[in-house]
Design a protein around this ligand. Structure first.
Ligand SMILES: Nc1ncnc2c1ncn2[C@@H]1O[C@H](COP(=O)(O)OP(=O)(O)OP(=O)(O)O)[C@@H](O)[C@H]1O
Ligand SMILES: [Mg+2]
Length: 238
């Protein structure tokens, strides 16, 4: 059964952080990467997360993706608190979220299609269905004619499209991106962001994108500005 048929979708308020804190200890030194964040993100939002290097953007994004647990505070994802959740529950939550990073993280020896298939929760999906789904996703990101190419036979922008297709493989409602265009030239950046906007508008994905690029931030509905581990201010574009 596909995720689509499976129900149990995240809806309404996708994410709510309440006095969220995350500290890392490095020997005797405590680094408070996130120091009391309150944030609500609703279904269908397109949010840009900006701020200087070290302000806690990636730490916050990782908490929002159940990749990490908070030190204190509450992080609700689709109504479930990750600080309370057991490890297997976290794994299950992550499966319903798409992740895209600055480094595309594709498997070099696999084709674009195989890389996308790798993102699928394969339980109950047969080989043909996986292949068909991967081809549909490559079409969605405009790469149907590159399905058999290996990553090193693709441009940076194309590799990131494959990574986005892979992130969509389990039909998530939430897509988290950490500097997705950090390694791309301005042309590829524009086309990746046009794709992301399309996923938000047409495919109704909730999107949170960490970016230093003000042009990208201005394309989002909301811009959350971080400073020293807290939300300094928020701007609304629409
Ligand atoms: N695993 C870790 N162990 C210790 N300290 C960490 C760890 N991860 C992040 N930090 C610290 O937490 C703070 C916030 O880091 P984070 O990566 O969230 O910043 P960022 O806003 O994403 O920065 P950048 O724009 O450079 O990616 C920094 O001071 C960083 O040194
Ligand atoms: Mg970061």
């Amino acid at each position: 059964m596909s995720q689509k048929e499976g129900g149990d979708r995240i809806s309404g308020l996708v994410i709510e952080a309440i006095d969220l804190r995350k500290a890392y200890s490095l020997g005797k030194l405590q680094v408070e990467a996130v120091r009391g964040v309150n944030l609500k993100i609703s279904f269908g939002d397109f949010v840009a997360l900006t701020g200087p290097s070290g302000s806690g953007k990636s730490t916050l994004l990782n908490l929002m993706g159940a990749l990490d647990r908070p030190t204190t505070g509450i992080m609700l994802i689709g109504g479930a608190d990750i600080s309370e959740a057991r490890r297997d529950k976290l794994v299950e939550m992550r499966r319903r979220i798409g992740f895209v990073f600055q480094s595309f993280n594709l498997v070099p020896r696999l084709s674009a299609r195989e890389n996308v298939e790798l993102g699928m929760n394969i339980a109950g999906i047969n080989r043909n269905a996986r292949r068909t789904r991967a081809e549909e996703l490559l079409m969605l990101v405009g790469l149907e004619d590159r399905a058999d190419h290996k990553p090193n036979e693709l441009s940076g922008g194309q590799q990131q499209r494959v990574a986005i297709a892979r992130a969509l493989a389990n039909d998530p409602q939430l897509l988290l991106m950490d500097e997705p265009t950090g390694n791309l030239d301005s042309g590829s950046t524009q086309s990746i962001m046009a794709l992301v906007e399309q996923l938000n508008r047409n495919n109704h994905l909730t999107i949170i994108v960490v970016t230093h690029d003000w042009n990208i931030a201005m394309g989002a509905d909301r811009v959350v500005c971080m400073l020293d581990g807290v939300v300094e201010k928020e701007l609304f574009n629409r």
